[in-house]
Write a protein that binds this ligand. Structure first.
Ligand SMILES: [Zn+2]
Length: 337
């Protein structure tokens, strides 16, 4: 007859090799059933001498406990679909969450503007972040003495290249590429760079969308209609526009454009400083110098242009009070959108 440890070892191997609940039950009967091998050892207890009875009894009980435990574990594993002696799969572990990414609110805003303008017949393209001084300044009627060209305001990468200070720098490139063919309706968006402090409303990087249209008989009313469609698409159908005379080197006449406050609907609130209006963009009719730089004839062609801050519009749409949120990639902030 096998010793208890040998019997135990054989029983455990048998249990582990059982590949179905029926086979496992057979194993249980073989060791722990009424005429089972371990049960037979228990029956021997009564006939043993008192001095070994206690030790033998404990060994049998321990073996019985371990076989029962092994049967329970094997049963659970079989019910969970594990193969015999294969790696077990713990189906009680929590699943792994897949975090879905989402579009950054600035990207979504730029995309919304693009879609509205593309719908109005504008075509989109990307242009370089690093521009020549010529395209960034000279082609836009911004002579060397202009304050924008000051080393303290602009990031020069070398003697003649700058980190573009506005997306408007693409205008001459587009006109030159058209070879004098009009109409041209073009938009671009992207990052622009100006030396600036960092606080709630200033940041040295900002995003801009620039649009312009050149053709015959283009007037300020075309500009106004285009901007009205854009503002209604972005801020809702009730949005009103206000033009205020302004100055830009590359447009004449020039206008700052305000939209009716998105929060208070012109009743007056903190966002609009109780004026009912929010300043959103700069616009105007393209200057003759700019058309000439693009190879067009200002006697025959006219154009309008406007530039709109993507950061600014994003902050207005979502009522974000600190521009730094847009550039910090803070997950808790971005999850809201
Ligand atoms: Zn308001």
């Amino acid at each position: 007859m096998q010793s208890i440890p040998e019997l135990l070892e054989r029983a455990l191997a048998h249990v582990l090799a059982s590949d179905s609940l029926a086979a496992l039950e057979q194993a249980r009967v073989q060791y722990l059933g009424k005429s089972g091998e371990l049960t037979a050892r228990m029956k021997m207890l009564a006939s043993l001498a008192p001095e070994i009875k206690k030790q033998f009894g404990q060994a049998v009980n321990t073996a019985k406990g371990r076989i029962e435990e092994a049967i329970e574990q094997r049963k659970a594993a079989l019910q969970a679909g594990a193969r015999p002696s294969g790696p077990s799969l713990d189906i009680t572990l929590p699943g792994r969450r897949r975090l879905a990414g989402r579009v950054h609110p600035m990207t979504a805003t730029a995309e919304a503007m693009k879609q509205i303008l593309i719908g109005l017949g504008f075509s989109y393209d990307d242009y370089p972040d690093i521009e020549t001084e010529y395209y960034n300044f000279d082609s836009l009627n911004t002579p060397a003495w202009h304050p924008a060209r000051d080393l303290h305001d602009t990031f020069y990468t070398d003697g003649e290249h700058v980190m573009r200070t506005h997306t408007t720098a693409y205008q001459a490139r587009v006109m030159q590429a058209s070879g004098g063919q009009v109409p041209i309706r073009a938009i671009t968006t992207g990052r622009c760079y100006r030396k600036d402090d960092i606080d709630a409303s200033h940041f040295p990087i900002f995003q801009q969308l620039d649009a312009f249209a050149v053709g015959h008989n283009i007037t300020m009313s075309d500009l106004r209609w285009t901007l009205t469609e854009l503002a209604k698409g972005l801020f809702g159908p009730d949005t009103k526009l206000r033009f205020r005379p302004s100055y830009f080197p590359f447009t004449t006449p020039s206008a700052e454009v305000d939209v009716s406050c998105v929060v208070c609907r012109q009743k007056g609130c903190a966002l609009c400083s109780r004026t009912g209006w929010l300043e959103v963009l700069g616009s105007g009719m393209m200057r003759p110098e700019v058309l000439r730089a693009g190879g067009l004839d200002p006697e025959r062609h006219q154009g309008f242009a406007f530039g709109i801050g993507v950061d600014r519009v994003t902050m207005l749409r979502h009522q974000i009070n600190d521009i730094r949120h847009l550039y910090q990639n803070e997950e808790a902030f971005l999850r809201q959108f």
